[in-house]
Design a protein around this ligand. Structure first.
Ligand code: GUN
Length: 407
C-alpha cells in the first residue's frame, strides 16, 4: 500500500491515502492536486499540492519514507508545522478513523522544533562552507537552580547538535556582580562568540538589569536589550537583531500552524519582560487586537472568554480552566509547572497554565505541556544565534516575523 506523511501527522507516522487526505483536511489544508507517480529514482510515490501552504503559496507534500526523502525536493522544509489531527488523536484513543473525536488540533511543538533545527543545521553547514564562519553561543549559568540547570543543559545540547561553537561559563550562587560583568565583557570581545545568553533568574544580590545591559547589542541572543525591544515595539522600527526566544517560538507555532492572527482578539496572560510583554507586541505587529492581563486585572475570565488567541504565561499550574476558552480559540500555553501525580514514578507531572483536559474539548488548536512551546524556545535560540553570526558577517538575516500589513 502507498503510505503518505504530511500536515496532520507526526513526522514518523504514515497513513493510507484516504486517512492522509482526511488528516490534511482536518488540519486546514485543501488538496488542490493529488498525483501518484513513478520515476527511475523513486519507484512509486504520491505528491499533494495544497492550497494552504507555506509563505510561497502552495507546496508539495512528499511521502516521507526515509529512503525517499533525500531524493525529493526540499519543499518539505517549507511545509508548515505538522499538527496532529483529530483523526490521529482518535486513532490513538482506540477509536476508528471514521469516528473522529471532537476536540482541538494539537499543535506539536516538538515536531515543529525538530523541523526548525533541521533547517538551522543546513544554515550552519552553509555558513561554515560558504563563509568560513561557525556560529558561536556562550551560555552563562549562575547557581544551582534545577530548572535553570536543566534548561541550560538542553540549550547546550541543541547547540552542539546543530554544529555551533559553544562556550560555557558556570558560577556559584555566591558570584559577585563584578565577576559576572567581567565574564560578559570578556565574551563581548571574543570574536568566536556571536551570542551571549545569561540564564535568568540571577540570584537576588545581583542586579539583573545591569548584567543584561553589559551584553553588547549585537551579541544579545535573547533579544532582551532596550534597543532590540525598542525596535520590536516601534512601528516602522528596524528589525530587531534578535527576538526573545519564547515569544518568537509562540509566533512561529502560530505561523507554521497557519493560524490567522490579523484582526483577531488576542489575550496575553502575564506581562513579564521575557514572555508576556514581547509576545503582546509581536501579536500587535501582526495586526491582532491585544489585551495584556496580569495579577491586577479584573475579571480575567471575561477577557479570556472573548479571545480568539490565548497566550498563557503566568506560571501557575492550570490556572485557566477549560470553560474560559472560547469555542474554536487557539491556546498557546507557555507555562511549565508541576502538579502532584501519585501514580507516576516521580510523584509529580508537568502541566501548563491552562487546564489541558478541559480546554482541548473546546479549543480549535492547543499546545500541550510538555511538547508545545518549550522545544520552540530552544529552536528560536538557535535561530537567533545563526542570525547574529550572519549579521557579524554582513549577511542578510533570516526573517524574524511576518510584516505587519495594516496602518
Ligand atoms: N529564563 C527563562 N527563560 C529564559 C530565556 O528565554 N532566556 C534567559 N536568558 N533566561 C531565561
Amino acid at each position: 500500500m502507498l503510505l503518505m506523511n504530511g500536515p496532520g501527522l507526526r513526522n514518523d507516522e504514515h497513513k493510507d491515502i484516504d486517512t492522509f487526505k482526511l488528516c490534511m483536511a482536518e488540519s486546514g489544508f485543501q488538496i488542490k492536486d493529488f498525483l501518484e507517480r513513478s520515476s527511475d529514482k523513486v519507484p512509486k510515490f504520491a505528491t499533494a499540492t495544497c492550497a494552504a501552504g507555506a509563505a510561497a503559496g502552495s507546496f508539495v507534500v512528499p511521502p516521507l519514507r526515509p529512503d525517499y526523502l533525500s531524493e525529493l525536493s526540499p519543499a518539505s522544509l517549507l511545509a508548515p508545522g505538522f499538527v496532529r489531527s483529530r483523526t490521529v488523536l482518535a486513532e490513538e484513543k482506540g477509536e476508528t478513523s471514521s469516528q473522529p473525536a471532537a476536540g482541538a488540533r494539537i499543535i506539536d511543538g516538538k515536531s515543529v522544533a525538530a523541523q526548525i533545527r533541521a533547517e538551522i543545521r543546513s544554515q550552519v553547514d552553509d555558513l561554515k562552507s560558504q563563509h568560513g564562519t561557525t556560529p558561536g553561543l556562550a551560555v552563562v549559568l549562575v547557581g544551582n537552580r534545577t530548572d535553570s540547570s536543566t534548561y541550560v543543559r538542553m540549550k547546550k545540547r541543541a547547540a552542539d547538535e546543530v554544529g555551533f561553537y559553544s562556550v560555557d561559563r558556570t558560577f556559584p550562587e555566591s558570584v559577585t556582580e563584578d565577576q559576572l560583568l567581567a565574564c560578559v565583557h570578556e565574551l563581548n570581545t571574543d570574536p568566536k562568540v556571536h551570542g551571549i545568553l545569561v540564564q535568568l533568574p540571577l540570584p537576588q544580590h545581583i542586579n539583573e538589569a545591569r548584567v543584561l545591559e553589559a551584553i553588547q547589542v549585537d551579541k544579545d541572543v535573547d533579544g532582551f536589550s532596550a534597543q532590540n525591544i525598542g525596535n520590536l515595539c516601534l512601528r516602522g522600527g528596524k528589525p530587531p537583531l534578535a527576538l526573545p526566544c519564547t515569544p518568537a517560538g509562540c509566533i512561529e507555532l502560530l505561523q507554521r500552524s497557519e493560524i490567522e492572527v490579523s484582526g483577531k482578539e488576542a489575550v496575553v496572560i502575564g506581562r513579564s519582560n521575557i514572555v508576556g510583554m514581547p509576545v503582546a507586541h509581536l501579536l500587535q505587529s501582526m495586526d491582532a487586537t491585544v489585551t495584556v492581563c496580569h495579577s491586577r486585572s479584573k475579571d480575567l475570565a471575561a477577557h479570556v472568554r472573548r479571545a480568539d488567541i490565548v497566550i498563557a504565561a503566568i506560571g501557575r499550574a492550570e490556572m485557566v480552566p477549560g470553560d474560559w476558552i472560547k469555542p474554536g480559540a487557539t491556546v498557546i500555553d507557555v507555562g511549565v509547572n508541576s502538579k502532584p501525580a501519585p501514580e507516576s514514578k516521580k510523584g509529580y507531572k508537568l502541566c501548563g497554565d491552562v487546564d489541558f483536559d478541559g480546554a482541548v474539548k473546546v479549543a480549535g488548536a492547543i499546545t500541550p505541556v510538555p511538547g508545545g512551546v518549550g522545544p520552540m524556545t530552544i529552536a528560536m535560540l538557535l535561530k537567533n544565534t545563526v542570525n547574529l553570526a550572519r549579521h557579524a558577517q554582513g549577511l542578510p538575516r533570516l526573517p524574524l516575523r511576518r510584516k505587519a500589513t495594516g496602518t
